[in-house]
Design a protein around this ligand. Structure first.
Ligand code: AMP
Length: 283
């Protein structure tokens, strides 16, 4: 596996590969890699010829400085994991390489930017759009791979590609979970043993939401249930539980037939904010 820090080195390599007719796959990450990330790498290896993974903890998408500071960084271990997964190139740039000047671009995603993560983390998706558009411009991939774990992010990236008329296919991959159901996340590394054990409850609650929907319960009842359950333990602080139309992310007040819904949760476990989601089916 090639490891590059400079844009010019990366582009030299990729221009050559493109001239050979190779299809370029791209997996942008912030590192502290786990099997969820590796599943995206594997998907890219399956459907493209050259797989590029970037590791870049993007400062512009963190509205909380402390969150940025404590975000786990382990590039050596990440490189070993990528190497053994069959990744072709690791792009590991410094902040000054991605942002030689301050990025002042403002994106507009309308409704998508104002709800859920957009509401809780003001400016977050503008930062995501800045870094993803910058990385797309550098790598110029044919296909880019994102995880449904960040459901809203996938929708924002698809909107970005449309707005900028980029010839890039976006593939959304399923959530990989630990054995107990907790969605894999780099932030899980920051949980204490007690918090880690408690964190699995978020997935159990999402599954319960699905069962309650099958039982014909109202959305308000389901959300109340989640609120009540989480308020029983001081380790949890619920940020939001939302039930949205899966295609639009428009928040639903009642279930309609033939519409697919997704339940999305953001909750602090101790000091660590975790997100997860589950499709609720459309019966
Ligand atoms: P991150 O490093 O957290 O920015 O994530 C990089 C990519 O990996 C994003 O597209 C995430 O949605 C995806 N990802 C993160 N966690 C998982 C997971 N548990 N399963 C599948 N993909 C994931």
């Amino acid at each position: 596996m090639k490891i590059v820090a400079k844009i010019t080195d990366l582009q030299l390599f990729l221009t050559e590969k493109r001239a050979e007719g190779k299809k370029i796959g791209f997996v942008p990450t912030m590192g502290a890699l786990h099997l969820g990330h590796i599943s995206l790498i594997s998907e890219s290896i399956k459907v493209t010829d050259i797989t590029v993974c970037s590791i870049f903890v993007n400062p512009t998408q963190f509205n909380d400085k402390k969150d940025l500071e404590r975000y786990p960084r382990m590039p050596k271990r990440d490189a070993e994991l990528l190497q053994s997964s069959g990744c072709d190139v690791l792009f590991l740039p410094e902040v000054s390489e991605i942002y030689p000047n301050e990025d002042t671009r403002k994106f507009n995603f309308g409704y998508l930017d104002t709800i859920l993560e957009g509401a809780s983390r003001p400016g977050h998706y503008n930062g995501v759009a800045q870094v993803v558009s910058r990385l797309f411009d550098i790598v110029k991939p044919d296909v880019a791979f994102f995880g449904i774990k960040d459901y809203q992010q996938v929708m924002v990236v698809k909107a970005l590609v449309k707005q900028l008329h980029l010839p890039i296919e976006i593939v959304a991959s399923p959530i990989l979970r630990d054995e107990d159901g907790l969605a894999m996340s780099s932030r899980n590394l920051l949980l204490s043993k007690e918090e880690r054990e408690a964190a699995t409850f978020l997935y159990q609650l999402l599954q319960k939401c699905k069962l309650l929907k099958f039982d014909g319960r109202l959305i308000s009842e389901i959300k109340q249930f989640v609120n009540d359950e989480l308020s029983k333990n001081a380790l949890y602080r619920l940020d939001y539980i939302a039930i949205c139309e899966a295609d639009t992310l428009i928040e639903a007040n009642e279930f309609r037939q033939n519409v697919t819904y997704v339940a999305l949760i953001a909750c602090y476990v101790g000091k660590i904010r975790l997100i997860d989601n589950l499709m609720l089916g459309n019966s």
